[in-house]
Design a protein around this ligand. Structure first.
Ligand SMILES: Cc1cc2nc3c(=O)[nH]c(=O)nc-3n(C[C@H](O)[C@H](O)[C@H](O)COP(=O)(O)OP(=O)(O)OC[C@H]3O[C@@H](n4cnc5c(N)ncnc54)[C@H](O)[C@@H]3O)c2cc1C
Length: 425
């Protein structure tokens, strides 16, 4: 596809896409600067390349080179370790801006950033003994240096095709303690960044009698570790640039410092910092905005490379755009609110809200893209334009464990009706 078509650059004085936060959302200086940076990279670099990565189902290496150079690979590495020290909300805003231009880049960047967010600011909020804290500082200094100084990429494979990724059972991948480290055995499916990451942040269970989800470990496995391999093909409906293939771990040895969190701390994080599982949703907020932006430009006859035919005068188009705008505003309001709520030990109300936000963002992104295709019409879904890719990418959001759309409904329904510990007679 020609590069210029995917980068929505309106001819003055046409439609100017609004900021991803909407006008008027209060931003810190860092947030403003990072959003400007992400917007520039997105428009000038990521959007023009997105169609090719999608068509070939290949990883966006060039985008990662750009993000590395711009400092975005270390966005959530604490400043003390050479990072930008961005917090959860800042990450979410920037991820949404990137998602607007290339869904696969934003989604994979989420996996990488989580490894720093979880072991960085999030871990600081959790209880650890002084020995655990000292051990964690030693270990994370190694991981953060790899990212901040050497630009290394971390993936985050936890899905196994069992109930584990849904948070309902221990991970089947096992880590056995040996002298100086651990031996890992298991399999991970849908590992985004497969073949592109330098390290894979494997969620696994300590191999011991009566093991439970409390025994979850979080280990960084080097891509070149003996016994580690990538298998299977990758030819999905959408998010094709994520290259999420299967990982096999067969007697893979990692040293003690591979631990991204001390024993027991991941389980504590999952229980006390629930917003950690909502970091995928900003990508889809960005896709929702992109579908809306495209539609307005298209109906105004302003999409570059297309004949300047206006379709905005038809009442049915206006109704469709109104419906899209309402869904977009609902989505954005929940997105901003839930991302601002994120903290350790949120209230029950805040928990229910983040499930509702995740559900709404994932479902509405695809619904807005659906409406966009219906109202723009047949020419809009040609592969020479970004809309059909946005439609396919946005379809994947509500499938992402542990908070799929179904599991969000499940949690909201149950937690709304039961207080902690309550059972029926
Ligand atoms: C583009 C893309 C990229 C991905 N990248 C990653 C990645 O980097 N790392 C990673 O770990 N995973 C990744 N995933 C995987 C994703 O998070 C899911 O794990 C995967 O889609 C699950 O597929 P499945 O068919 O095995 O799900 P299943 O486990 O079979 O679940 C199917 C559906 O059943 C429902 N369900 C599942 N368990 C329960 C339950 N206990 N109770 C009620 N309902 C339930 C859920 O709604 C789920 O959607 C990615 C997925 C996609 C599509």
């Amino acid at each position: 596809m020609s590069a210029q078509l995917s980068a929505l650059r309106p001819a003055a004085p046409g439609y100017v896409p609004p900021p991803i936060t909407g006008e008027g959302f209060p931003l810190t200086d860092q947030q403003r600067e990072l959003l400007e940076l992400a917007g520039r990279l997105g428009r000038e670099k990521f959007a023009p390349r997105a169609a090719q990565y999608d068509r070939d189902a290949t990883f966006p290496f060039e985008n990662y080179d750009d993000m590395r150079e711009a400092g975005l690979l270390r966005i959530c590495v604490p400043k003390a370790y050479g990072g930008l020290g961005a917090d959860y909300l800042t990450y979410c805003l920037v991820a949404a801006e990137i998602g607007r231009h290339c869904g696969a880049t934003a989604l994979t960047w989420n996996m990488h950033v989580c490894s720093t967010l979880w072991s960085g600011p999030l871990a600081d909020d959790l209880d650890m003994t002084s020995e655990q804290r000292a051990e964690h500082e030693r270990h994370r200094a190694i991981h953060f240096e790899r990212i901040a100084k050497h630009g290394k990429i971390y993936a985050q494979p936890f899905s196994e095709g069992s109930a584990a990724a849904a948070g309902k059972a221990p991970f089947g991948t096992l880590a056995t303690k040996v002298e100086g480290g651990w031996i890992l055995n298991g399999k991970k499916i849908f590992a985004s960044l497969s073949g592109a990451a330098d390290y894979y942040g494997i969620l696994c269970t300590e191999d011991k009698p009566d093991r439970s989800m409390r025994d979850t470990l979080y280990m960084a496995v080097p891509a070149d570790a003996p016994g580690f391999s990538i298998t299977g093909d990758w030819d999905p409906l959408g998010m094709r640039g994520t290259v999420s293939r299967t990982l096999i771990l067969k007697d893979v040895f990692v040293s003690d410092d591979a631990q991204l969190m001390p024993r027991g701390v991941y389980f504590q994080a999952a229980s006390r910092w629930p917003h950690m599982f909502s970091t995928l949703s900003p990508t889809y907020m960005g896709l929702a905005q992109a579908a809306y932006d495209f539609t307005v430009s298209y109906l105004r006859g302003e999409v570059p490379g297309m004949p300047p035919v206006k379709r905005r005068m038809y009442p049915t188009k206006q109704v469709a755009v109104a419906e899209m705008r309402i869904k977009l505003e609902q989505t954005r309001a929940l997105f901003l609110r839930a991302a601002s709520d994120a903290k350790v030990d949120p209230s029950k109300d805040e928990r229910l809200r983040v499930y509702a936000a995740q559900y709404t963002i994932m479902e509405n992104a695809n619904d807005i893209a659906r409406l966009a295709i219906r109202t723009c019409g047949g020419q809009s879904m040609l592969r020479s334009l970004p809309l059909e890719r946005i439609y396919r990418d946005s379809r994947c959001g509500s499938l992402m464990l542990p908070w799929t759309a179904e599991l969000c409904l499940d949690r909201i329904g149950r937690e709304a009706l039961y207080e902690s510990g309550e059972v029926d007679d």
